[in-house]
Design a protein around this ligand. Structure first.
Ligand code: ISE
Length: 334
């Protein structure tokens, strides 16, 4: 039986997911779409021959929708996730799960009260084959115990409405989640260093920002989050262990030797970088929803990322190190 998915949000990532569900994922179809921009959603609905519904509430309640994808504006996520939980419908919510850690906790409480895991958070990097290989290498003991992580997250340019906090909540949040998942440890402290600003970034934007995290066993992490690198979308990650290091490979690109130079291309936009990971994420989610057992990043992971992002923002604003206490994962999420 086909899974009927309703998609909230027909902006860039929403349209990409609609295409993915329609063309890439077997056993699922887009049953309805909605967006605050009704005209846009109507056009997308026509393009994919699906139904346009005028509001997220109607879409979530529709008997024609079995499961929901939330790809709307970040501040709307929590409200729509709650509505899905009320309807007992499984939902894949793009990151961040909510705007505050308290909002995430309320989602956790509501989900536990429903008695069924319903929420997955869109941390798609966990489905990227290279991050999976890095994690396997660590687990197999190939580099000994991890000691340090050097990572960087560079966007070519930022959108006009980008803010200093979004550098952490919208971009840095991927690093927060993937490193916590890879190291299988919680963070205990956060710090942010800021220095000379890139004058190509918008006026008043603190860019780049250097995020410093420490895990419970003492692993030190630094992540450069750079919203205006000027040259491309570049994600790097190196884990230094006691006996070796492991590094995220660059995405494969044609190597060119020409005119006295040897080099390869660099992706320009973030939307090009994790296409396969998104595909895998959706394939897994659809199959999990069908067998009634979600296995991907859950509300607790969304909460852990959010509380860490909040600590980083406070650390940056106050110019100090801030302790993080994520607490114990409830048995419900084991
Ligand atoms: C963008 O908004 C995203 O959501 C991407 O996942 C992230 O990598 C990028 O830095 C953001 O600008």
């Amino acid at each position: 039986m086909e899974l009927n998915i309703g998609v909230i949000g027909t902006g860039g990532i929403g349209r990409d997911h609609i295409r993915r569900i329609t063309e890439v994922v077997a056993g699922a179809r887009v049953a309805a779409v909605t967006d605050i921009d009704a005209e846009l959603a109507g056009t997308v609905a026509n393009q994919y021959q699906t139904r346009f519904l005028p509001s997220a509430e109607e879409l979530i309640q529709s008997p024609e929708v079995d499961a929901v994808v939330i790809a709307s504006w970040d501040p709307t996520h929590a409200e729509y996730v709650h509505a899905c939980i009320r309807e007992s419908k499984q939902v894949l919510c793009e990151k961040p799960l909510a705007s505050t850690a308290d909002d995430c906790r309320r989602i956790i409480d509501a989900e536990i009260a429903q008695g069924k895991k319903l929420v997955q958070v869109g941390f798609m990097r966990r489905y990227d084959k290279d991050y999976l290989s890095m994690k396997a290498a660590i687990k197999q003991g190939n580099i000994g115990a991890p000691l340090m992580v050097h990572a960087c997250h560079r966007n070519r340019t930022h959108i006009a409405s980008h803010t200093n906090d979004m550098t952490i909540t919208n971009s840095g949040v991927h690093e927060i989640d993937i490193l916590r998942w890879m190291l299988e440890e919680e963070y205990v402290s956060a710090q942010v260093l800021t220095g000379k600003c890139n004058h190509y970034a918008a006026h008043g934007l603190q860019d780049p920002q250097l995020l410093l995290l420490q895990t419970e066993s003492g692993i030190l992490i630094n992540v450069e989050v750079n919203m205006a690198s000027g040259y491309g979308y570049d994600i790097q990650c190196e884990i230094v262990g006691e006996t070796g290091t492991v590094r995220l490979p660059d995405p494969s690109a044609l190597q060119l030797r020409s005119e006295g130079r040897h080099g390869f291309g660099i992706l320009s936009e973030w939307s090009q970088r994790f296409v396969e990971a998104y595909d895998n994420e959706f394939k897994h989610w659809v199959s999990d929803v069908k067998r009634g057992k979600l296995t991907g990043p859950d509300s607790w992971d969304g909460y852990a990322a959010c509380i860490t992002a909040e600590a980083l923002i406070r650390a940056r604003n106050e110019g100090t190190a801030v302790p993080i206490s994520i607490g114990t994962r409830p048995a419900f999420y084991h």
